[in-house]
Design a protein around this ligand. Structure first.
Ligand SMILES: Nc1nc2c(ncn2[C@@H]2O[C@H](COP(=O)(O)OP(=O)(O)OP(=O)(O)O)[C@@H](O)[C@H]2O)c(=O)[nH]1
Length: 360
């Protein structure tokens, strides 16, 4: 996978939620609600110990988190909420490490940072934030840090802290990658299921169920705007003899090749489906009878003049077509029944024919 595609899929991934997954805005909401009383508690403790400056700064952080939450509630802008939250907690954790709040023990809160950052942001952001954080802590613990800040940490604490923090960040990264891969797998599986539920396995055309959905959608449009639509019900002529003569496999290939030719003959707005064994249905959106009959003749002629090449065999096929256009307040079932009757007539008239439900 290239970097571009992994980035794209990571961004796309965050837009989909699998069942049971905690939505990021909700998680940030809960974390904000939990953080505010904790910050106020430590502000009160700082005040109690005469550290008014620390108390004020912790109260400011609590206020900033509250404002971020309120802005989200008012705007529902989850990107803004996430960015605001990441900024506030990054500055907060830096402050806790540098200022050695609670006799330096507040630096332990840094362990809360990696799992949160990996969950609420893209993997790339998580890696950058954690690498930046670890470098910052290493600098703070270095002689350079000692020159700039008055840190109370012993050498053994510094080493343990850096090692454990690095270990935690790496573990969070590995687990997060695993979570993202599982999520991607689930989303792909869901897409495959959806595709399989809507398409015919042999030809890849819409299946009968999907055709019914499209018919219903077009019918609703017809009821709203009054513009009629038509259907072409098509059946390969004497298909049983193809199976009998060449075998089932060649029969299958013939069904696929006819489907391809039909696809080439249809507009993008039309829905071509495999209606049954060797039957196809075309839904012609916003098309009246004259236009539908013209299209049917064109399709019939193309099929008749295009021998099917299946497994090295050149097979001449023809199709019969029944045409019906929606009229008045009739139902979709009635429309299909009329198309079926027209197809039956085309068969009885000798096949390789187009008949419309008006009797032509
Ligand atoms: N190979 C193959 N054959 C299929 C498939 N589905 C249906 N059939 C066969 O298609 C044939 C349809 O035959 P019939 O309905 O009797 O009609 P026909 O021979 O096409 O004759 P007319 O429709 O009257 O022109 C049957 O032999 C089915 O077994 C399929 O998916 N693959």
């Amino acid at each position: 996978m290239t970097q571009t595609t992994s980035r794209t899929s990571d961004t796309q991934l965050s837009q989909f939620r699998v069942k049971g997954e905690i939505p990021v805005p909700m998680l940030i909401g809960w974390l904000t609600l939990a953080a505010i009383p904790i910050l106020l508690l430590f502000a009160w403790r700082s005040l109690d110990r005469g550290l008014a400056g620390s108390a004020t700064i912790l109260i400011v952080f609590a206020a900033l988190l509250s404002i971020n939450g309120i802005v989200y509630l008012a705007s529902h802008n989850s990107t803004l909420q996430r960015r605001g939250f990441i900024t506030v907690i990054t500055v907060l954790f830096t402050y806790l490490a540098v200022n050695a709040i609670e006799d330096g023990s507040a630096i332990i809160w840094l362990f809360a940072y990696p799992p949160i950052i990996f969950y609420i942001s893209e993997a790339r952001v998580g890696v950058i934030a954690c690498a930046g954080g670890l470098t910052a802590v290493a600098l703070l613990f270095s002689p350079l840090g000692d020159m700039a800040f008055n840190s109370p940490y012993s050498t053994s604490f510094r080493l343990t802290m850096l090692a454990v923090l690095g270990f935690e960040m790496s573990t969070c990264y590995v687990l997060d990658q695993s979570r993202r891969r599982s999520k991607l797998g689930l989303l792909k599986l869901a897409a495959e299921f959806e595709y399989a539920a809507k398409h015919d396995a042999l030809t890849g055309l819409a299946n009968r169920r999907e055709a019914h959905e499209q018919l219903e959608a077009e019918y609703q449009r017809y009821l709203r705007n009054g513009r009629p639509f038509s259907v072409l019900l098509m059946d390969i002529d004497l298909f049983k003899s193809v199976n009998d003569k060449y075998g089932h496999h060649v029969g299958d290939q013939t069904i696929i090749m006819v489907a391809r030719t039909l696809q080439e003959q249809c507009r993008k707005v039309d829905t071509l489906s495999r209606w049954g064994g060797e039957e196809y249905l075309v839904l012609l959106a916003e098309t009246d009878t004259a236009e539908a009959v013209q299209t049917a003749h064109r399709i019939r002629q193309t099929i008749a003049s295009t021998p099917v090449n299946a497994d090295g065999q050149s097979i001449n096929t023809t199709i019969s077509i029944g045409v019906a256009t929606i009229q008045g307040s009739e139902s979709v079932d009635r429309l299909l029944q009329r198309a079926d009757e027209a197809l039956y007539r085309a068969k009885t008239l000798g096949r390789d024919q187009v008949c419309d439900s008006g009797g032509h």
